[in-house]
Design a protein around this ligand. Structure first.
Ligand SMILES: NC(=O)c1ccc[n+]([C@@H]2O[C@H](COP(=O)([O-])OP(=O)(O)OC[C@H]3O[C@@H](n4cnc5c(N)ncnc54)[C@H](OP(=O)(O)O)[C@@H]3O)[C@@H](O)[C@H]2O)c1
Length: 268
């Protein structure tokens, strides 16, 4: 099975390396089409498959084509490969906001899967939501899911509406977590810890809390209850967060991200 990645930037490279690391593809089966000559030269040194600067040779050979260019480059990319695509090929797009119908129309093809990964995919801890056009067969969908799973976990969603929603939760979500971490680091600094101590206290607390959450069946509310004792320090913090409506503000932030994802999708 020949895989072509169009756009060898951050995400394109992440996918190529993840497929090879997990032996889901061999170097002989990996092709990367990269427009920028400097970037193409860099990629060639990485020994991750054959790097192409021209679509003529590589597009017709591919069974699966991963579209990993920036959304604003999509139309030009579609026009440059349209004549070389064939109907058996499966297209996997990770371009934010570019809809399945736009890809079908742009390429004149029908087997399209759309996925929304997130930044931790770069270290194999990503979260990807994906959906597909009805022309994609079950076997093709499983094959692509296996590829996506090399970068972390995946969830299949029934409609593209949930791709926008996943963009607002898992796509932008790492930034929400970093904001919470940054706030705690500031609090720790205010209490007199050095920057290194503050970062260690906070990063290890996040790691420990998420691993604890993943290791058991308790909900977040149940874990909060287990950490808080009556009249204790955690309860004091929770009461303060409640008074400031921190939870409502975070929900409002995620909904603002959803609105923006919808708007960007309409603008393409
Ligand atoms: N980074 C993330 O965490 C993340 C998460 C979810 C989704 N995404 C999506 O992933 C896609 C890629 O993001 P990225 O951060 O990897 O972008 P990137 O680093 O800019 O990589 C894109 C690469 O594609 C090249 N390119 C542009 N047009 C091309 C064409 N027609 N043929 C071949 N190569 C072409 C670009 O070259 P030039 O620089 O010369 O234009 C660039 O090297 C985006 O659509 C983004 O929405 C990213």
């Amino acid at each position: 099975m020949k895989i072509l990645i169009i756009g060898g930037g951050n995400m394109g490279l992440t996918y190529a390396q993840s497929f090879l690391r997990t032996q889901n593809a061999s170097k002989d089966d990996m092709m990367i089409l990269e427009k920028s000559p400097d970037r193409a030269a860099e990629l060639s040194k990485k020994d991750i498959g054959t790097v192409f600067g021209d679509s003529d040779e590589c597009v017709p050979l591919a069974d699966i084509v991963i579209l990993a260019v920036k959304p604003q480059d999509a139309k030009i990319m579609f026009a440059s490969i349209k004549e070389k695509v064939h109907h058996q090929q499966v297209f996997l797009s990770i371009m934010a906001g570019v809809k399945i119908d736009q890809i079908k129309e742009g390429l004149g093809t029908s087997k399209v899967i759309r996925a929304m990964p997130n930044l931790p995919a770069q270290i194999g801890r990503g979260m990807t939501a994906f959906t597909s056009s009805e022309e994609v067969t079950r076997i093709e969908l499983i094959t692509v899911q296996n590829l996506l799973n090399t970068t972390g976990k995946t969830v299949y969603v029934e409609t593209e509406k949930f791709i926008d929603a996943a963009t607002a939760i898992s796509g932008s979500g790492p930034a929400y977590v970093f904001l919470f971490m940054d706030s705690m680091i500031s609090a720790a600094r205010g209490m007199g810890f050095s920057p290194a101590e503050a970062e260690l206290l906070v990063s290890q607390t996040f790691l420990g809390a998420t691993e604890l959450y993943n290791s058991g069946d308790y909900t977040c509310q149940e874990w909060i209850h287990r950490v808080s004792s009556k009249g204790g320090t955690t309860e004091a913090a929770m009461q303060s967060f409640d008074q400031q409506e921190v939870k409502n503000h975070i929900i409002a932030g995620a909904n603002a991200a959803l609105q923006r994802a919808i708007e960007l999708g309409q603008g393409n």
